[in-house]
Write a protein that binds this ligand. Structure first.
Ligand SMILES: Nc1ncnc2c1ncn2[C@@H]1O[C@H](COP(=O)(O)OP(=O)(O)O)[C@@H](O)[C@H]1O
Ligand SMILES: [Mg+2]
Length: 387
């Protein structure tokens, strides 16, 4: 028989609804659960994989659920990173927490991959406010801090003057400030989707109280059950996957032409969603983790860089027209290997060396960076000499 899963919940609030629910559901399933305050841990490095120490003892865990509050992001994330490097399954990786927590970073990653986000501008001086507003579609517009939560640093500005003042104040607070298109048709409401392990677990609509435009539960927003449309589910899952979030709350606005992604929360609250959907969300999260904790997800970046001097480079065939119609093995050099070929929307992993290159292909080559570059440079000079 398999021994019980040892689960560590990183949380500063053992009494919080979400923490209590996760503990209860895990214990119901026979797991051994320990709640650990990340601020009460110490880390030991330098001996093999290192350790996370709590009350004098190294934590022995098979899986970790990080429930890291915003005010302790860096303290929490370094503990998560330590577990990751020990090969312990973490429900959200350190990088995914950091990426999703910064609204600008998250929007950059997501919009680059075609997820619809509100038009957003970064401003670094209040004097740029007016220009930024015209780029995102005029007033009213939304002014927000890139790293706020629970609606704390989100404002609706009705005039350029209001907006400039808000920008000035946030910048004085040393915030990263965003000017954002106001999605009028979604005023006071949004859709929260809980995604776990790449699947939708539950969804609800949140409706703001009175004239408030922010629908956050912590600002008194009402929650209601919804039947989630397919398009919304797809965007939510894709957004979580792109940010590497395995357990998260995805916030979507209901735009005129479909879902618009606002943010992805790595420690979503469970109270509102369990109440609205009547689904055992905590139980589903624990189920997912107990199925998956024996396979640790892999940080490809880290794998690729493990050999010193080695890495991955992209050769865009349109920049190297002489390769069009040639085979991969004619391009490959020395010890280097083609990791993957991007062709249209497809990934061809470990492509066959006899595959013939097309004009829009992008070839990702793994090997010793310096020698690949030198080789390409030689080719370049050779082809220039030809003309
Ligand atoms: N661009 C926008 N258009 C319309 N409503 C918005 C917009 N941005 C935020 N909101 C409202 O404000 C709430 C809080 O904004 P959000 O960006 O999620 O910040 P927080 O991280 O503080 O929750 C959202 O749930 C939504 O109701
Ligand atoms: Mg939000």
């Amino acid at each position: 028989m398999m021994r019980a899963m040892r689960l560590c919940i990183l949380s500063r609030g053992p009494q919080l609804y979400s923490t209590r629910r996760l503990v209860k559901e895990a214990e119901n399933r026979g797991a051994e659960v320990e709640i650990v305050d990340p601020l009460e841990t110490s880390l030991v490095l330098g001996e093999r994989n290192g350790q996370v120490i709590h009350r004098g003892w190294p934590i022995q865990a098979d899986a970790v659920i990080p429930r890291i509050g915003y005010s302790v992001t860096s303290e929490g994330v370094r503990v998560v990173r330590q577990f990751e490097s020990q090969g312990v399954y973490v429900a959200n990786s350190a990088d995914s927490i950091l990426q999703s927590r910064d609204k600008l970073t998250a929007s950059q990653i997501l919009s680059h991959q075609g997820i619809p986000v509100p038009r957003t501008a970064l401003v670094t001086s209040w004097r740029d406010t007016e220009r930024a507003i015209s780029r995102v579609g005029g007033v009213p517009c939304v002014i927000k801090a890139s790293q706020g939560t629970q609606g704390n640093s989100v404002h609706l500005a009705h005039s350029i003057r209001d907006a400039s003042e808000l920008v000035y104040r946030l910048l004085a607070n040393r915030e990263t400030v965003l000017v954002q298109e106001y999605i009028r048709e979604s005023h006071g409401r949004d859709v929260r989707v809980i995604v776990a392990g790449g699947e939708v677990v539950a969804a609800m609509r949140r409706v703001a109280r009175g004239r408030e435009f922010r629908s956050n539960f912590h600002l008194g927003g009402q929650v209601e059950a919804i039947e989630l449309m397919d398009e919304y589910a797809k965007v939510a899952i894709r957004a979580a996957n792109l940010l590497g979030i395995e357990v998260g709350g995805v916030d979507l606005l209901e735009g005129r032409s479909g879902p618009i992604l606002l943010e992805v929360n790595s420690s979503p609250g469970l109270e509102g969603i369990e109440k609205a959907s009547k689904i055992n969300v905590a139980g589903k999260i624990i189920d997912m983790i107990s199925q998956r904790h024996r396979i640790q997800s892999t940080d490809l970046q880290e794998v690729i860089r493990r050999r010193s001097g080695h890495g991955a480079l992209t050769v865009r065939i349109k920049d190297w027209p002489e390769f069009i119609g040639r085979r991969i093995k004619d391009v490959q050099m020395g010890e280097s290997r083609a990791l993957t070929l991007l062709r249209g929307k497809d990934h061809i992993w470990s492509p066959n060396e006899d595959l013939v290159l097309q004009p829009n292909d992008e070839l990702v080559i793994y090997g010793e960076i310096a020698s690949i570059r030198a080789h390409m440079q030689r080719r370049n000079t050779a082809s220039e000499e030809r003309f």
